[in-house]
Design a protein around this ligand. Sequence first.
Ligand code: FES
Length: 159
Amino acid sequence: MDQQTSRRYFLHKAAASIGLALTAPAIAALVAGCENDETTPTPPVGTTYTVDVTTIPELGAVGGITLTFVGDLNGGSPVFISRIAQNTFVVFSSICTHASCEVYPPVASGSNIVCSCHKAEYSSSDGSVLKQPTTGSATNLPRFANTFDPATNILTISA
Ligand code: FES
């Protein structure tokens, strides 16, 4: 059941359970009102975000990785920031490309990111897919362009 269908189903069930006799146009207006209030935050392309990497201890050394929220980047879901060289970072989504489960940091330094839903595996360096899920297929975790200023330790990420 998709999100809109789920919302309509919920509203119909809620109305029925409390004994409301809503007309079809009234229900449609109610659903439309709800839909307008629940838009997913999507930053405009070109929006930039800054992160002071000195505030994230996990990024203190090459090979470090962290999972963090960066404003509404990635639709408001967390992103991975991986330090692959002293002045080079890779920023990528935490949403599995197979069926949209959120993935979490590797259990040990240097090991793969494993999706708990269907066991797809991704590189903890750059989010590239290394092992397909038990059924279906996955692609690389989407990356976000970034630049790093070593003078200020500011990482600037683009949506
Ligand atoms: S959602 Fe991640 S492997 Fe299926």
